[in-house]
Write a protein that binds this ligand. Structure first.
Ligand code: ZN
Length: 138
């Protein structure tokens, strides 16, 4: 079985603020982050599509205890975002004070950016990860 969208390609696109996903040729659902199969029907007939990167916060958590090697990043808020195209993806939320976030975050509109996280002892090197900022503010 081949990867239609491998992690390197996904990560390199993210570094240009382009969010890629997979559209299922059977049921039409969008899968993101990329997987081997459609996350709705498990079919393998998938095509790479570019997603808007816009979505709505569904839930969140604030992390005060960062993983080893990332202590300076804490505290930070991670949001689960339902993208306009359907799938939910996680990313760090910026433009807020993590110590002051509350339930008012739920439902806020956000747009995608990215941050390059340096490699550590558990990864193969630098990788881009989703970063979200508010979209519904002037
Ligand atoms: Zn499907």
């Amino acid at each position: 079985m081949e990867y239609k969208l491998d992690f390197i390609t996904y990560s390199n696109a993210l570094k240009k603020n382009r969010l890629l996903g997979l559209k299922c040729c059977q049921c039409g659902a969008i899968t993101c982050p990329p997987k081997m199969v459609c996350q709705e029907c498990t079919d393998t007939d998938l095509e790479v599509v570019q997603l808007s990167g816009n979505g709505e916060i569904k839930t969140f958590t604030t992390n005060y205890v960062a993983p080893l090697g990332r202590e300076v990043e804490a505290p930070y808020t991670i949001v689960m975002v339902e993208l306009e195209e359907g799938p939910w993806i996680a990313g760090n939320l910026i433009d807020i004070d993590p110590a002051k976030v509350g339930m008012e975050l739920i439902g806020r509109k956000v747009k995608l950016g990215h941050k390059i996280f340096p490699g550590d002892q558990y990864s193969a090197g630098d990788a881009a990860r989703p970063l979200f900022s508010f979209y519904d503010e002037a």
